[in-house]
Design a protein around this ligand. Structure first.
Ligand code: GAP
Length: 422
């Protein structure tokens, strides 16, 4: 974990927020490579969850909503973490994280206060004259979908069963942010709310279907099966809205940890917002049930980085899926002081850059440049050498195998494109 944190800072993936003023707990900034990784994750998710399906549409709702939304949804009352305080060192912990009644900070056993509940919603105040209007930064992106349920139905052609997908920021006043970006106060979620008829069988079938879809998505992007598992929530652990809940967990260095939640929300939300669905063909009217898949972009980025990180003989290499890698390809002139090579390399760089996010490097020797790209997961490095000047071919070196092939420049784009489709 320490190595990933250091790599993220050194190579521009993730920095502590407002670091020059001492930082602020639970907030992180994504640097030039981090923003690419996050965008790639979001793009892959949107492709799978919206573009490849006929039954899902997208949405981008506002972060701040009428506070009545959060009263109706139960978050003002129910969105709480029970915390206990160690009577010895006075640190506070989530009650469910205390193992064997032992304080994780000072090691004292069995000296805790009774659990107290803390609301996780972050308050904001709007307007310039007193009294200002109290509102909340959304604690989950989900409610924006429910309050737009009628808008989406009346402005698009969706019919039950259908889903609404959304990606966006959420905020939680976490008392114990930690494990790098894992538990932050500002983070991004990618969620699907899938609406179905309120029937037990259909609910079960859809729940199982989405569980499988979601775990397979992580596998398809390279997370090893043995590092993934489902965990069923116990009855007293489920969020106030959930009839059933499973987490997809990743085997992180700090233990099995939640990636994504699959929740059967029943008619909790639409019921609380008093929203119904009318089937125009049959005239049937009912409150649909909702199966939700709710993943975190930041946790996904962190777990993909952890899973991809490997140390080999002489190099550190991020074996991240090429579609998630920040740079797809890097271009090097063999020698930085040979004008002919540099000009030719610039030509190739511009050609590739028009289609793929491409790095340029002309510092140090080629070996060093390879290793600098390996560390940030660039799948292909293209070198322009003297043979290039003669026959328009370049060497392409593969990140994972370290093998090199000679490819003609006119086939280069197609070569990279094909590898990215795998
Ligand atoms: N709409 C349902 C919902 O918000 P959740 O299980 O509370 O469910 C879903 O959150 C996902 O959001 C989590 O699996 C995680 O990936 C991400 N998430 C939640 N709290 C987070 C935090 N404090 N920091 C980073 N990601 C978080």
């Amino acid at each position: 974990m320490d190595k990933i944190v250091a790599l993220c800072k050194r190579r521009g993936f993730i920095y502590p927020s407002s670091e020059i003023y001492g930082g602020i707990a639970g907030f992180w900034d994504y640097g030039p490579l981090g923003v690419e990784l996050k965008n790639n994750i979001k793009r892959e998710w949107w492709k799978k969850m919206v573009y490849e399906r006929e039954d899902v549409v997208g949405l981008d709702a506002a972060i701040i909503m009428n506070p009545k939304v959060w009263e109706a949804s139960g978050h003002v009352q129910g969105f709480v973490d029970p915390l206990v305080e160690c009577k010895s060192c006075h640190n506070r912990f989530r009650a469910d994280k205390i193992v064997d009644f032992t304080c994780p900070k000072c090691g004292q056993k069995g000296k805790f206060t009774e659990p107290k509940k803390f609301n996780l919603l972050t308050e904001v105040y709007l307007g310039v004259t007193e009294p200002k209007q109290k509102a909340y930064l959304r604690g989950e992106i989900t409610q924006g979908v429910f309050v737009n349920f009628q808008n989406v139905i009346s402005s698009s052609r969706v019919k039950i069963p259908f889903g609404i997908a959304q990606i966006g920021k959420a905020f939680r006043n976490e008392i114990t942010p930690g494990n790098f970006t894992y538990r932050s106060r500002e983070f991004e979620q990618m969620e699907l709310e899938y609406f179905i008829k309120p029937k037990e069988k259909e609910g079960e079938k859809t729940f199982v279907y989405w569980k499988e879809q979601r775990i397979n998505w992580y596998k398809s992007l390279g997370i090893k099966s043995e590092s993934l598992r489902f965990r069923k929530h116990a009855d007293d652990e489920r969020a106030h809205y959930a009839r059933a809940a499973y987490d997809i967990e990743y085997k992180a260095p700090f233990g099995w940890s939640e990636f994504e939640g699959i929740h059967h929300r029943g008619d909790w939300d639409l019921g609380r917002h008093k929203l119904n669905y009318k089937d125009l063909e049959t005239g049937e009217e009912y409150t649909p049930w909702v199966i939700e898949t709710s993943g975190g972009v930041d946790r996904t980025a962190l777990f993909f980085l952890l899973d991809a990180y490997s140390e080999e003989d002489k190099r550190v290499v991020l074996k991240i899926h090429p579609r998630l890698a920040p740079y797809k390809v890097a271009v090097f002139p063999l020698l930085a002081n040979n004008q002919e090579l540099v000009e030719k390399a610039k030509e190739v760089y511009r050609l590739l850059r028009a289609s793929f996010f491409t790095a340029w490097d002309d510092r140090g020797n080629i070996g060093k440049r390879y290793f600098a790209q390996d560390e940030i997961g660039t799948p292909f490095c293209v070198t322009i050498d003297y043979v290039t000047i003669e026959d328009d071919s370049v060497t392409v070196r593969n990140r994972d195998t370290m093998k090199q092939e000679r490819i003609s420049i006119d086939k280069l784009k197609a070569y990279v494109k094909e590898k990215l489709e795998v």
